[in-house]
Ligand binder design. Sequence first.
Ligand code: NAP
Length: 373
Amino acid sequence: MVPVVVGEGTLERVVEQPADLHPHVAGEIGGGEHADHAAPYRRRVREIRLAARPQGWPTAETFEMADVPMPEPGPGQLLVRNLVMSVDPYMRGRMNDVKSYTPPFALGEPLDGAAIGEVVSSPAGNVPVGSFVVHGLGWREYAVVDAGRARVVDAADSSYLGVLGMTGLTAYVGLVDIAQFREGDTVFVSGAAGAVGSVAGQIARLRGAKRVIGSAGSDEKVRHLIDDLGFDAAFNYREAPVRKQLRAAAPDGIDVYFDNVGGEHLEAAIGSLTKYGRVAMCGAIAGYNETSAPAGPRNLALAIGKELNLRGFIVSNHNRRMPDFLADVGPWVRDGRLRARETIVDGLENAPAAFIGLLKGENTGKMLVRLAS
Ligand SMILES: NC(=O)c1ccc[n+]([C@@H]2O[C@H](COP(=O)([O-])OP(=O)(O)OC[C@H]3O[C@@H](n4cnc5c(N)ncnc54)[C@H](OP(=O)(O)O)[C@@H]3O)[C@@H](O)[C@H]2O)c1
């Protein structure tokens, strides 16, 4: 992949060239014409649907592009031209036909997820045309959104989908509320170069952690964690057993583990946690494409003697913490003490490749798809 850095300052935006991103996926989805947003409703626009439920890894066949008539907003609704959409690991779970904390995606129906767009029609006039809104109907060029479910923001700033949005809040809630982080803690974060992990590790550093350790899947990401994000230590989990590398990075053990990965990482962390250690169970991405249930951490019984606290959470149940999060973390983002990178893929037709790339670790920071500018 040849990333092109298009932004400067604390928010680095890296545009991935679609041809470099899974060429076998990019471009294989049939496409319609790009819609002209000034055009009337007779125009046709594009959306991506779930074509098949993946067994294991999603592939190009998981998705289908559909041409549909421009949707028309009803009373109390907005027509939004989507500009940027988010791809997130939880979407993989929603492709399975299983009951979870969010309902599964329906076969043959458009996928959904967070997006930011511009209001192009607002019949009730309650949200002015030209406003930018964050909403939940990504994976399509135009969305009809209930005005009550759209959050007006000051700019079409993709950080509202990442560091100042759901993923940033996840890092904050997980570290502060769930893991009960305290100044002087030694903190280990897995998936540390990703959207949530990179913010969690930096919040720990900025709130006075004794030591912050991260794991990631490439040497380049390890360098990024130490040189750009200020982690005290980091390692490439693909190179040697996590248990061994974590022991070397934290010889006195860890007090907090922010778990984005599960599996071998969780087992290693349980081994390294000190007495009364705390774990925020945020995600378990190592198992999302597995076709059989993963073995639990073989050393879970250590949690008894060490009196560990392992606690899961779902960020959408903690939205009330958004104002505190923005008050605490917003200034760090603005003044550059907390850095956030974005990996941006261009074009709705490349959203499936971006999503699969996310699961494979092709992103650094938040993975986003730019639909229009
Ligand atoms: N609980 C909640 O409410 C909540 C909310 C948001 C996200 N999450 C969870 O938080 C985690 C991170 O989400 P995100 O949005 O920030 O995604 P992300 O970390 O930006 O992207 C996913 C990353 O996972 C890593 N990964 C993939 N397979 C792996 C494996 N087998 N072992 C170790 N790492 C692997 C990849 O990085 P490498 O190159 O380092 O492998 C990839 O970049 C996910 O588990 C997600 O489900 C939970």
